[in-house]
Design a protein around this ligand. Sequence first.
Ligand SMILES: Cc1cc2nc3c(=O)[nH]c(=O)nc-3n(C[C@H](O)[C@H](O)[C@H](O)COP(=O)(O)OP(=O)(O)OC[C@H]3O[C@@H](n4cnc5c(N)ncnc54)[C@H](O)[C@@H]3O)c2cc1C
Length: 400
Amino acid sequence: MTDVSACMTDRNILITGASIAGNTAAWWLGRHGFDVTVVERAPAFRDGGQNVDIRGTGREVMRRMGLEQAALDAGTGEEGTAFIDESGEPEASFVTEEIGTDGPTAEMEILRGDLARLLYDQAKDHATYRFGDSVKAIEDGEVTFESGEQARYDAIIVAEGVGSSTRELVFPGENDPRWMDLTIAYFTIPRAPDDDRMWRWYNAPGKRSVSLRPDRHGTTRAMLSIHGEAQGEQDWPVERQKAWLRDRFEDAGWETPRILAAMADTDDFYFDALRQVRMPRWSSGRVVLTGDAAWCVTPLGGVGATLAVTGGYVLASELIRHADPAAAFAAYEEAMRPMVKAGQGVPKFAPRLMHPKSDTGIALLHKALWVASKPALQKGASKLFASPPEGPDLSPYPRG
Ligand SMILES: Cc1cc2nc3c(=O)[nH]c(=O)nc-3n(C[C@H](O)[C@H](O)[C@H](O)COP(=O)(O)OP(=O)(O)OC[C@H]3O[C@@H](n4cnc5c(N)ncnc54)[C@H](O)[C@@H]3O)c2cc1C
């Protein structure tokens, strides 16, 4: 039930994390009269990252924020996905125009940094942003920051991504992560004359893959992934992570020497051992989790950005509707759980299938993809990659 008094609020909200989920929540809450502070650990707004896509309900949220066209205009221009052999010849191709928006390349495909920037540019007039700070302690709405500053908030929204430290502070030991046995590095490299507008995916023996994807910034986005149990590499310093990748990929073939050489010089480097965040509850007292901090599905689910935009919006809407944060958090969790559960349903064998160990395994994968890429099967095959999970009913929520 809508609590109208809540709409006239000057309630004081802290959001930690200025990325997809945090900026979305900040805009809706600031616009609806809340006093919003966003605290981001990085010293400045973080622009980096590779392709993410917005599907289904997430796209409706972008529409309600007046950002749908801007996001389409900022698209990467990727035209589809080609699985290639060592000489760069395609073994199987999926072209977006032919199979619609559910394939590996979605219609609203945008760089993570460009999406976060669109949301941030819109939100920053409705909230106070503080960079280079983070939460040190929380006691019933009373927050002490690393900077030494202290303040009291009616609600604290934690949107800090998969490795959230505030989540560990407030919900110690509650996350039961699901490790996906895949380690991925994303980084930006100079564009070469032959780089086209397809996502080119190359499999190397030893459960490795190497990808190149186009962008609209005059550069190319590279991805290295390797299947196997993580040994804590995600917590290493960047230079050690790069050395680890060099060791594992130097004999991979195709364009790998060029990619590894460029990796040495790039600052835009994101590395993660993929794991889903699995929390039995998303709130405690005045603190609530959203986005990857609450439910990271990993890039394997293909819906992380869709869920982050939707979660930020649904949470803000429930806070707008309910004066009592506990009631808002309960309604938000009830609305979002089914979508998150569906998004996390990606089977663990999917990364294994996409990273064969031997040349024979790679040949079999290419054969299967070639069959799936035939026009009669493409629509069905696209479901193998990602269909957006059904989102919550947005009809009770504000439209702008
Ligand atoms: C730099 C970067 C690059 C990425 N690249 C890719 C990619 O290439 N492909 C992909 O699929 N996904 C990528 N992701 C993850 C993707 O953005 C998320 O999966 C998804 O969009 C959910 O967003 P989110 O807002 O919940 O979390 P995130 O996008 O992870 O954002 C979390 C934010 O919180 C900040 N933060 C972390 N800890 C604290 C703290 N203690 N206090 C305050 N702030 C904190 C982080 O600096 C970050 O800005 C990237 C994330 C980042 C931050």
